[in-house]
Design a protein around this ligand. Structure first.
Ligand SMILES: [Fe+2]
Length: 278
């Protein structure tokens, strides 16, 4: 049975700026490399290595709460994107792989809705350094706003723009729930742990992160650039979705109005954008 979920304390300070929140709307992933200290990583790794360990027990552990779930570098990001008093996880999963393992398919997790909102965040934490041979998760930045059926996304192989989460020990990846992801082949003989959990919003969205009073909503760049078949390219189709998600996060969903056609939010990006559109 699930524990009663706890809420974040009131003294957590948001850490993201307008530009950083907008960047998260574009990519659906934020990398915090090596933020959890080595002593904590070692404790978590040893804990997971014990016989009969249930990773779920970590959500009852005060040390894990303080050192990982509410680590200032992590909590500041979550506080920025989910607001005050966000709900802490009441479950914990460990995607543990031992020895060589085949790749999994691209997939979206159950219940993905590709919403232009941010009511929950799925977070991944690696307590040990991950090399490419250890099967670190691949994510496709920007895909959290691209609706697709689960059975269709499974057909894809290597995707232009995919990002591998090979990273130092103590890295944390904050993701929009609907982002496409997969585990690549694990080629080496190591044992790999990947903890995963979800934080939830409990308050209405408002722009109470490190906001800049001079931020220009009308002139901001809502395009996400990704590696495409022939090099970097702007992902034009997502522009209104990115802008809508950002407005929602700002608590300004009522003020989001598409002009239509090639008008705002396309027009704010690049005076020459018409020539770029296919
Ligand atoms: Fe998954």
């Amino acid at each position: 049975m699930a524990e009663e979920a706890r809420r974040a304390p009131n003294d957590i300070r948001p850490s993201l700026t307008d530009e950083e929140v907008l960047e998260f709307c574009k990519t659906g992933i934020l990398r915090l490399e090596g933020v959890i200290p080595e002593s904590t990583n070692r404790w978590v790794f040893d804990y997971l290595d014990r016989e009969n360990t249930d990773p779920h027990d970590l959500v009852r552990d005060e040390y894990f709460f303080d050192e990982v779930l509410l680590h200032p570098a992590v909590a500041g990001v979550i506080r920025s994107l989910l607001g005050a008093q966000f709900q802490l996880p009441d479950w914990m999963a460990n995607h543990r792989l031992v020895g060589p393992v085949e790749a999994s398919y691209w997939h979206i997790d159950a219940g993905s809705n590709f919403e232009r909102a941010c009511n929950l965040l799925q977070v991944f934490y690696i307590p040990q350094a991950n090399t490419p041979e250890m099967g670190p998760t691949l994510f496709l930045p920007g895909s959290h706003l691209v609706p697709i059926a689960r059975e269709d996304v499974e057909r894809f192989g290597s995707l232009a723009g995919q990002q591998m989460t090979a990273a130092p020990a103590g890295s944390v990846f904050v993701t929009a729930y609907s982002i496409w992801h997969r585990q690549p082949p694990k080629a080496d003989r190591s044992t790999r742990n990947l903890l995963k959990w979800v934080y939830w919003r409990t308050e209405q969205p408002e722009r109470d992160w490190v906001a800049d009073p001079n931020f220009d909503f009308g002139g901001a760049d809502y395009t996400h650039s990704s590696d495409y078949f022939h090099g970097p390219a702007r992902m034009w189709q997502s522009v209104p979705r990115v802008a809508e998600m950002f407005y929602w996060l700002c608590g300004k969903a009522d003020e989001f109005h598409m002009v239509g056609g090639a008008g705002w939010p396309y027009s704010s990006t690049d005076p020459g954008f018409r020539a770029d559109l296919p």
